[in-house]
Design a protein around this ligand. Sequence first.
Ligand SMILES: Nc1ncnc2c1ncn2[C@@H]1O[C@H](COP(=O)(O)OP(=O)(O)OP(=O)(O)O)[C@@H](O)[C@H]1O
Ligand SMILES: [Mg+2]
Length: 380
Amino acid sequence: MIAFGTYEFVAHRQCYRPPVPSFPKLDDVWDALKAADLSTQAFDRALDAFPVRNVVGKLFARLDAVHSSGAEGSTTTFTDLMEYQTVLKRAPDVGDARQVEAAAVAFDDLALDSTEPITAIKRIHKRLFEHSTDQMKKEQAGRLKTYPNGTMDPDAANGIFHYCAPHSVEGALTEWRELTLGSDGKPELLRQALSHWMFEHIHPMNDGNGRIGRLLVPLLMKQKGALNNACAFLGESVYHDKDIYIEALKNARRSGDMLAWCRTFSFLVNQTARNNLERLRKLGELYEDWLSRAKPIRSHSVAHRLLPWILVTPRFTVRDATAFTALNGDRTTFAAINIAIARLRDIGIVELEGTARSNRLFGAKEVMSLFEVVGVRVPT
Ligand SMILES: Nc1ncnc2c1ncn2[C@@H]1O[C@H](COP(=O)(O)OP(=O)(O)OP(=O)(O)O)[C@@H](O)[C@H]1O
Ligand SMILES: [Mg+2]
């Protein structure tokens, strides 16, 4: 099947070189695209209006990292990740949690600046693999692939479809960057749909291409000014509908027709944005409720200052809370924070997790229940 794109032989392997895909007719994709656009923009505006800063980075990008990694077989849940981020650095599978956190940290790192996209993919890859226990992956962290990589495909020769040949990656990425950064008035989400398709077919790194490609979508939508926040995620939908996502990527290659892929991509982005918008709405209601429940606590208690932080840090120890207050130049003592947390426990905002007597872990279950991934391993 050599209908679309070209093939190059590397050590008897047929490696696919994707072309720069053409935009489908706007009329044909318009309904799906418009729906995705409206949802992401509604989510973007709601984030701007939200009373607590950086919910997108602290919660939604974390959730996306859990989903996007979960789609690739990771077992770390949102609850696990929140716990791993405390001073305890604890998780059922520490190596797995570290990788999920790395995807989230890559988001933090890149959401703030306008890194050139080829540098960005190397930076994300470095974050993902620099601490890998697999020595080869660790050495390759942040570098383009040097060996052909592929995936099972019953239609391909020998049952494996090979992505872009290593020697062609730089050239293909240069074309990809031009497509990705283009600005000729085409809808940005449509451009990023095509960019994602091309990126996954180049598959420039030895591993992590799915997670990197999905992370680029929100980052580029923000960088290109289509949204204020890097919030056009698709990890959650890919996690739930991975087969549809992969089939659509494949079918577009087989037919050369980008329409169905662009519609699927729009659907995935739309679905994730709608779910996130609903989560944010509930989070806002919860915060209002917390503020009114906390009113009886004396006004100069640090408990009030902790509330917005707990909303975006729903698992923590007293040491974490002390570090947070110190960051803001506040000299509140460990003992005073302990007392404030006890007040917040009295009104049901936080609960003690587990039975440890030192380094006690606290959690805000109401936040956690909005973000925990349904269907993934039950958190321990
Ligand atoms: N047949 C295919 N054609 C094009 N792209 C594909 C195909 N199958 C998978 N992909 C893309 O490749 C990604 C998986 O690639 P890769 O392994 O490099 O990334 P990853 O994030 O490490 O995922 P994994 O943990 O599964 O290995 C998928 O998420 C998808 O985006
Ligand atoms: Mg992989």
